[in-house]
Design a protein around this ligand. Structure first.
Ligand SMILES: [Fe+2]
Length: 296
């Protein structure tokens, strides 16, 4: 397993696409691609490499139908259906992440990595912007490789072997309500489904190894409630430290959306945060996730 270059500024040469890093830590804009008109294998190979090297990449000015969005996501792997969010009518692979003008809380307004509470969390998430506020509604990202690299050898040693327990539907949400309670209370606009017997609490290594790059990353987020085998009280100080540490400003970038933009990130080495600063306006994003492996 080859180790890839570590930071956004060490990107390699590309012949089919232009890759423009937007921050020192992570994030890049990709130019020279019109996804709707077809992406050949060589170009897709470069996009995949740019994704692994920059962790979050985006393409502006794409005109994608829901079917084209799904087809492009499938180039990376099978679709990871959201266990709790209901998909679009006719396109169950797509969840519409919508915030309406009078809605106070937004979706994703905490630092997290998608689906970490499932046994095999989504490796990637692909968002396509359909409706945006005049300003605001940016998405922030943090680089969990850099967060790991910055830890002391002592703490790295302590964390090795520990697992975080992640809960997909607890009252540990800013609203203090479960997902269904939020819908009943009129907070939140994504229709929810009953997950049935699906597992929505999972334990994964706090330090995970990226299966494609071989690099280690800190794997925590807002869904992380305890350390396996520890009480909630014992877990809190260490988890709170890690949660704060993972989004230090120097590990982050901020993606400013434009209409019809496709943003695509790697959940195995990043966290993201949807900034809630556009009260009174509507925002609608189409979201597709791609299946990953069990973290190790
Ligand atoms: Fe998310």
């Amino acid at each position: 397993m080859a180790e890839l270059a570590g930071t956004a500024t060490e990107h390699r040469d590309y012949s089919r696409i232009d890759v423009k890093p937007i921050a020192g830590a992570l994030g890049a804009e990709i130019e020279g691609v019109d996804i709707a008109s077809g992406v050949d294998d060589e170009t897709f190979g470069e996009i995949h490499r740019a994704w692994l090297e920059n962790h979050v990449v985006y393409f502006r000015d794409q005109n994608l139908t829901p079917a084209q969005h799904i087809d492009f996501a499938k180039r990376l792997g099978d679709i990871h259906p959201h266990l709790l969010n209901k998909g679009l009518e006719g396109y169950p692979e797509i969840v519409e992440v919508k915030k309406v003008p009078d809605q106070k809380l937004n979706n994703g307004g905490r630092w997290h990595s998608d689906q970490m509470y499932t046994p095999k969390p989504a490796k990637g998430t692909m968002l396509y912007s359909r409706e945006l506020p005049p300003t605001g509604g940016d998405t922030m990202f943090s680089n969990l490789y850099l967060a790991y690299d910055a830890l002391s050898d002592g703490l790295k040693k302590t964390l090795a072997g520990l697992k975080g327990v992640h809960n997909g539907d607890s009252r540990n949400h800013p609203s203090g309500l479960t997902r269904m309670e939020r819908i009943t209370a009129g907070i939140g606009t994504i229709p929810q489904v009953d997950p049935g017997d699906a597992q929505i609490i999972s334990a994964h290594p706090l330090i995970r190894t990226h299966p494609e790059t071989g690099r280690k990353a800190v794997y925590v987020g807002s869904h992380t409630e305890s350390i396996e085998g520890w009480s909630a009280e014992e877990s809190a100080p260490l988890l709170n430290y890690l949660k704060e540490h993972t989004h230090r400003p120097e590990f982050t970038c901020r993606v400013r959306w434009s209409l019809n933009m496709l943003t695509f990130w790697d959940n195995r080495c990043t966290q993201h945060f949807a900034v809630n600063d556009y009260q009174g306006h509507q925002r609608s994003i189409h979201k597709i996730m791609i299946q990953g492996d069990a973290p190790f």
